[in-house]
Design a protein around this ligand. Structure first.
Ligand SMILES: [Zn+2]
Ligand SMILES: [Zn+2]
Length: 276
């Protein structure tokens, strides 16, 4: 399996990161995409540092990184942050720009600032020919952030043909369709195991199996039966199990297909980790 979205640089892992990565490997996780948003722009390099420090180490998954400014921290994105992002996206271990996008649920940054920073990061990613990983969360009982995100992708990102990933998908089928038309993959997280998440499972049921990725978003959003605890990449297995159930396929097929999807999407830059 591949965990396509985890915050491995979280300080919540500082005490036991080696053991946590070994548990992921033992659970069948070959590869983890470590999201490089840090605690804000100043620390967005931490995911790359981790990818490098674990490179070649046996008994742990292969780690790749991303870099980006999360919409929560958009108000902190100054020219130095954009220059830093530009440098990080030039590194081969950094597969994508993200997570970037719009969050109208928390509104930690003003919406017009979020939009401007999202758009600027799309330009930087396009210059490096790297795909983008989208975070999108609307206000309660609204699709406002989905509508704005997809409008911006259609106008600013579509011409690049680089595609991307909608991470931790919680939207409606129409939103998935608009993104897939732009070459996006749809990534599902542990919230598909939550009892009240039937609308997400309904969308999942409709997304073709060749467009689906799985993720933990660790340390957040632990799946049932560990809901409420600190999440970790080993538990992507529970996301795969729920995917298998919703799609009426075996766990092995859910794992294999999502792994193939990740490798196909990122192409030859992603090396398969050899298992003995
Ligand atoms: Zn997110
Ligand atoms: Zn995340």
């Amino acid at each position: 399996m591949i965990d396509s979205h985890a915050h491995l640089d979280s300080p919540r892992y500082d005490a036991d990161r080696d053991a946590l990565l070994a548990r992921a490997w033992d659970a069948g996780v070959d590869t983890i995409l470590s999201i490089g948003i840090g605690e804000g722009p100043d620390t967005m390099h931490q995911a790359l540092d981790l990818a490098r420090s674990y490179a070649g180490r046996p008994g742990v998954p292969k780690i790749y990184a991303t870099a980006g400014v999360h919409p929560h921290e958009a108000r902190l994105a100054d020219e130095a942050a954009f220059a830093k992002l530009d440098g990080l996206l030039g590194q081969p271990e950094v597969l994508a720009c993200g997570e970037i996008g719009l969050d109208y649920y928390y509104d930690h940054s003003p919406r017009e600032v979020q939009q401007a920073v999202f758009s600027r990061q799309m330009e930087i990613a396009a210059a490096h020919k790297k795909p983008i990983i989208i975070h999108c969360r609307p206000s309660d009982n609204s699709t406002n952030a989905w509508d704005d995100t997809l409008d911006m992708l259609e106008s600013h990102w579509s011409p690049t043909a680089l595609g991307g990933i909608l991470h931790c998908f919680t939207g409606e089928w129409i939103h998935a369709c608009r993104a897939m038309d732009l070459g996006f993959m749809i990534s599902f997280a542990g919230n598909i195991t939550f009892p009240k998440a039937q609308p997400i499972r309904d969308a999942l049921a409709q997304v073709p199996l060749d467009r689906i990725l799985i993720e933990t978003d660790a340390p957040f959003l632990a799946p049932v039966p560990n809901r409420g605890r600190r999440n970790e990449p080993a538990w992507v297995a529970q996301v795969a199990a729920k995917l298998a159930e919703v799609k009426s396929v075996t766990l092995e097929e859910a794992a294999l297909r999502t792994t193939e999807n990740f490798r196909r999407f990122f192409g030859t830059t992603v090396i398969a980790q050899n298992r003995p």
